[in-house]
Design a protein around this ligand. Structure first.
Ligand code: NAI
Ligand code: MG
Length: 493
């Protein structure tokens, strides 16, 4: 625990107003989740070849939501075959204009069913309804709208070149933004004339299966999008399939490396969007209250299950005490609990395994001599939970500073000069994102040109837009998703 003197108890703000929030849960009455889902192959839901299913639960209640099919080699074969056929017979021959129409239709159907998608995303993955409603679902629709617009304009995106689709794209996505990652992967692939075999993560398959319903309702030709559920072996079967031309993966750096090795020497194209350990840098001339909100949003958004989370805070020494005090005060006001409650700030940890990972890192931090401070939040009895956590008295060599925790855990370090903080910020195997808070434009340019990361925010954090490319350097991956750059990995130019 952070020492009392460190937290400067005497200056604590008193938030006890005597007022409390009534529960404000989003209704689940209108949600139709089937007991069982097969794979979505060749335009219809089919039973798995080996007849095996596994359960997906609600991590905030530990209740089973549905059973989904366990994808075997035979299922992946069938999906790739359907995708190849759709590619050669219809999709690659269709005009960009017509492809765009289908993609627009998907975008509009997501908007029409936005509330249903938000509730299911929250139930299956544990994220607050406020986030799935205001971020995940609208951004997913925005990606389809944006790439629909490119479908008939590829020759303008790449003047003087002849852009052509590649063929069949195998896409594997993680559990932190299930629908949004599916949109990031499927929308550019379709716009560029490719067909898709996508595998959602094992803990969060439901919104991808709902998306399959939308794709069917939008009338897409059979086989253009196939969704196969399953775990790591199913993903590996997609990666290693001979008739897949391109792999797009988002997930852990460890699995990214396995994928890179297994397709080395094949003609398959590859994009990897892997882990991160972003520096969020606060200079003494920053607007401090705004910066504190940015720090909170940077690390506690989606329980910290965010590859670009601002998980390493660097505060200039002259303002270190005041920023830390404000952070300690602020985390006491964060509401942890029922993800379906509209007032909830921090929902459930996605899985038992992930909670164990987070707790293991906290123990490592304690053993390394860190001061760990958690807000005094009441946690529900069932489900997987972690209170917002600050970790102080750490140095560059601490594992909790170097490795991706992927939870609501913020390490706090100080610096004196811009040169020093640049060196510290770049002293990581990752290079996905970063943030700078200062009143001086010159410092922003200085920092953003010096930090080796793919995405940099100034005086804000965790802002996403379909028009803006996203991706990493170093162990954070290769290739870009989003924006015009996001078309390139799906094209032969
Ligand atoms: P993971 O990388 O194992 O899972 C991501 C996806 O890859 C899932 O769909 C999974 O089924 C699939 N997969 C697993 N093994 C595979 C293989 N050999 N070949 C092909 N696909 C495979 O991530 P996991 O285990 O769920 O989380 C572990 C850690 O990874 C987290 O604690 C976090 O640090 C990091 N992570 C980072 C993410 C990011 O967005 N950068 C997303 C998810 C996890
Ligand atoms: Mg689940």
């Amino acid at each position: 625990m952070l020492k009392e003197t460190d937290i400067q108890k005497k200056n604590r703000l008193d938030f006890s107003t005597g007022w409390s929030y009534d529960p404000a849960p989003e209704s689940t009455d209108h949600i139709a989740i089937k007991e069982r889902y097969g794979h979505f192959i060749n335009g219809e839901f089919v039973e798995p070849a080996e007849g095996e299913y596994f359960a997906t639960i609600n991590p905030s209640t530990e209740e089973k939501l549905a059973e989904v099919a366990m994808g075997s080699q035979a299922d992946v074969d069938a999906a790739v075959k359907a995708a190849r056929k759709a590619y050669t017979k219809t999709w690659s021959k269709m005009s960009g204009r017509d492809r765009g129409r289908y993609i627009y239709r998907i975008a509009r159907l997501i908007q029409e069913r936005a509330r249903e998608f938000a509730v299911i995303e929250t139930m299956d993955g544990g994220k607050p309804i406020r986030e799935s409603r205001d971020v995940d679902v609208p951004l997913a629709a925005a990606h389809f709208f944006y790439y629909a617009g490119w479908a008939d304009k590829l020759q303008y995106a790449f003047p003087g070149r002849r852009p052509e689709g590649i063929g069949v794209a195998g896409q594997i996505i993680p559990w932190n933004f299930p629908l949004l990652m599916a949109a990031w992967k499927i929308a550019p692939a379709l716009a560029t004339g490719n067909c898709v075999v996508l595998k959602p993560a094992e803990t969060t398959p439901l919104t991808c299966l709902k998306l399959a319903e939308i794709i069917r309702d939008a009338g897409l030709p059979a086989g253009v999008v196939n969704i196969v559920t399953g775990a790591g072996d199913t993903g590996a079967a997609i990666v290693n399939h001979d008739d897949v031309d391109k792999i797009a993966f988002t997930g852990s750096t460890a699995v990214g490396k396995i994928i890179q090795k297994s397709i080395a020497g094949t003609p398959k194209k590859l994009t990897l969007e892997l882990g991160g350990k972003a520096a969020n840098i606060i200079f003494e001339d920053a607007a401090i209250d705004q910066a504190v909100e940015g720090i909170i949003n940077g690390i506690f958004f989606n329980q910290g299950h965010v590859c670009c989370a601002g998980s390493r805070l660097f505060v200039q020494e002259s303002i270190a005490d005041i920023v830390r005090d404000k952070l300690v005060d602020r985390i006491e006001t964060l509401r942890v609990g029922d993800p379906l409650d509209k007032n909830t700030d921090i929902g459930a940890i996605n899985s038992k395994e992930q909670l164990e990972t987070i707790n293991r890192y906290l123990e490592i931090g304690l053993n390394e001599g860190a001061d760990i401070y958690q807000s005094k939040c009441d946690l529900p009895e069932k489900g997987y939970w972690c209170c917002p956590t600050l970790v102080a008295n750490v140095s560059q060599s601490h594992r909790i500073v170097q490795e991706e925790v992927f939870g609501p855990v913020l390490t706090i370090q100080t610096f004196r000069t811009p040169e020093e903080v640049l060196e510290k910020a770049n002293n990581t195997p990752y290079g996905l994102s970063g943030g700078v808070w200062t009143d001086k434009g010159s410092k922003i340019f200085n920092m953003t040109t010096g930090i080796r990361a793919g995405v940099l925010w100034a005086n804000t954090f965790n802002k996403f837009d379909a028009t803006s490319p996203f991706g990493g350097y170093k162990e954070s991956g290769l290739g870009r998703e989003g924006g015009l750059h996001g078309l390139i990995p799906y094209l032969n130019l």
